[in-house]
Design a protein around this ligand. Structure first.
Ligand code: ATP
Ligand code: MG
Length: 405
C-alpha cells in the first residue's frame, strides 16, 4: 500500500505509486449518453485487465481512473492493453506522492525528468479535489511552475502551446503528477454501437473493415466461409490468426466457420460460370444473416471497396444485398487499396493477410466474371437450386471458435 495514503474504510487505496488516467472522447460525453458511455468503457476496461491483476476502475469528470490493487499487477501489460481500448482518446501513467507542495515538486522533477529535459516550453495545470489542501489550484500551479523553472533552466513557461503540460492533481488519498498522454485508440466503447456479423476472409480488407466498425463501438462476431479441401487447413488457420490479431481492439471474438464446399460445388455443377462469384456472395450473405439472427446481431459487415474487383461494382453489390434485409456496412467502400493497407499495417494484420494461402473465392473465380448483372439473370440461375436446403445445411455445419482477448 502506498505510504502516502490516508486510511479510509470505504476506499481501498491503490497499491504502489503509479496509476493510469484514461481520457474519454469528449464529443459523446455531452448529453444523456454520458453515463452509458462511461459504464460501457469501464466494463470493457475491467474485462481486459483481469489477466493483468486486480485493478479498481472508476470515473470522475470524464476521466477514468485505473488503480492497481496489489503490487504484483502487470502495469506495462495493462497500459498497453488500455491503449487499444476504444473510447479512450488519451491515457497517462501518473505517479502518486504525498499531498504537500514540496513532494509534488520533487515528484515532478524526478518522474517527469525525461519529458522536462526534452521540452523547451512547459506549463503546469493543477486540479484540487481535496479542498483542505492549503493552496488554491492557481497558487499550486504557480509554485510548481516556479520551482521547475529554477530546476530546469532551459525551460520557459508557455501558457498557450507548451511542449509539455505538467498535470498535478490533489485528490482524496494522495497527489498525482503526470504529463504528455499517450494517444488512445479513439472511437466509441465496443458495445455502444450494437452488434454485427463481420464476413472475415483471409484478405487485407475485411480485417480492416472489422476494426473500423469495432472502432465505432460495434460488437462483432465473425463468419468465415471455408472450402475444404479446395482451401487448406493453413488458410483457415490464417483467418483465425487475423481474428486473433484484432481481438485486442474488438475484445473476445467468436468465429463461425461455415462449411462452404458443397454450395460451391453445386454452383459449379448447375449455374453459369460467369455468375459464380455473385451467386457465391449471395449465399454468403444469406448464411451470414442467418448467423446474425441466431446471435441477435443487427447488421452485416464486409470489406468490399467500390470497383476493386468484378464483384464490387454497384450493380454487383445491389444483387448481393438483395438477399438480406439487415443493413450491410462496408466501411472501406470509398477507400483506395493504399489507404486500406495503411490501416492494416497500423493494426498489425497486413503481414498475415499477405501470406499466400488461397481463399475460397479465388479457387472458384470465373474466367470472365459478370460485372453488371441483372437481378433477373441471377434469379434465373438460382431457380434450379435448393437454396433453403443448402443454406440450412451450411448453417448446421458451423464450427464455432472462441478467441479470448
Ligand atoms: P478481402 O481483402 O477482405 O478478402 P477482397 O478484396 O479479396 O476482400 P472479395 O474476395 O470480393 O474481396 O470479398 C469481399 C468481401 O466478402 C470480403 O471483404 C469479406 O468481407 C467477404 N468474404 C470474401 N470471402 C470470404 C470468406 N471466405 N469468408 C468470409 N467472408 C468472405
Ligand atoms: Mg478476399
Amino acid at each position: 500500500m502506498g505510504k502516502y495514503y490516508n486510511k479510509n474504510k470505504d476506499h481501498v487505496p491503490p497499491a504502489g505509486e503509479e496509476i493510469f488516467l484514461l481520457k474519454m472522447g469528449e464529443m459523446v460525453l455531452k448529453g444523456l449518453n454520458r453515463r452509458g458511455f462511461e459504464e460501457r468503457l469501464m466494463g470493457n476496461a475491467r474485462r481486459r485487465l483481469q489477466k493483468y491483476g486486480k485493478f479498481r476502475i472508476y470515473s470522475r469528470q470524464s476521466i477514468t481512473y485505473v488503480e492497481p490493487q496489489s503490487l504484483d499487477c502487470d502495469l506495462d501489460g495493462a497500459f498497453q492493453s488500455l491503449s487499444q481500448l476504444f473510447g479512450v482518446v488519451g491515457l497517462s501513467r501518473a505517479k502518486a506522492c504525498e499531498k504537500t507542495p514540496e513532494a509534488i515538486v520533487e515528484t515532478a522533477k524526478t518522474y517527469l525528468y525525461d519529458d522536462l529535459m526534452e521540452a523547451r516550453t512547459f506549463k503546469v495545470e493543477s486540479k484540487r479535489s481535496d479542498k483542505s489542501f492549503p493552496l488554491s489550484s492557481i497558487q499550486l500551479s504557480q509554485y510548481v511552475g516556479g520551482e521547475l523553472d529554477d530546476a530546469f533552466p532551459h525551460l520557459t513557461a508557455d501558457m498557450h502551446t507548451p511542449d509539455v503540460v505538467v498535470h498535478v492533481e490533489v485528490r482524496e488519498f494522495a497527489a498525482y503528477v503526470h504529463a504528455n498522454p499517450t494517444p488512445g485508440a479513439g472511437g466509441l466503447p465496443v458495445g455502444m454501437g450494437g452488434k454485427a456479423v463481420s464476413l472475415l476472409s483471409g484478405g487485407i480488407d475485411s480485417p480492416v473493415a472489422s476494426w473500423m466498425m469495432a472502432k465505432r463501438g460495434v460488437a462483432l462476431e465473425m463468419v468465415h466461409f471455408f472450402s475444404y479441401p479446395y482451401t487448406s487447413p493453413e488458410a483457415k488457420e490464417k483467418v483465425l490468426e487475423l481474428a486473433r490479431l484484432i481481438t485486442p481492439w474488438c475484445g473476445r471474438l467468436t468465429v463461425h466457420v461455415v462449411p462452404f464446399t458443397e454450395i460451391q460445388e453445386e454452383l459449379r455443377r448447375s449455374c453459369p460460370e460467369a455468375l459464380f462469384t455473385l451467386l457465391m456472395r449471395r449465399f454468403m450473405m444469406r448464411i451470414s444473416e442467418r448467423v446474425a439472427q441466431r446471435i441477435g446481431a443487427h447488421g452485416l459487415v464486409t470489406g468490399e471497396s467500390l470497383g476493386q474487383v468484378a464483384s464490387q461494382t454497384m450493380d454487383a453489390m445491389a444483387v448481393t444485398n438483395q438477399v438480406c434485409t439487415l443493413p450491410v456496412f462496408r466501411p472501406v467502400v470509398g477507400m483506395d487499396k493504399e489507404e486500406i493497407i495503411r490501416i492494416a499495417r497500423k493494426i498489425g494484420t497486413f503481414e498475415t493477410s499477405i501470406l499466400p494461402y488461397e481463399d475460397c473465392c479465388t479457387v472458384f473465380t470465373p474466367r470472365h466474371p459478370k460485372t453488371h448483372p441483372t437481378l433477373e439473370e441471377i434469379q434465373e440461375a438460382e431457380a434450379v437450386l435448393d437454396i433453403e436446403g443448402l443454406v440450412s445445411k451450411a448453417v448446421d455445419g458451423i464450427e464455432r471458435v472462441v478467441l479470448e482477448l
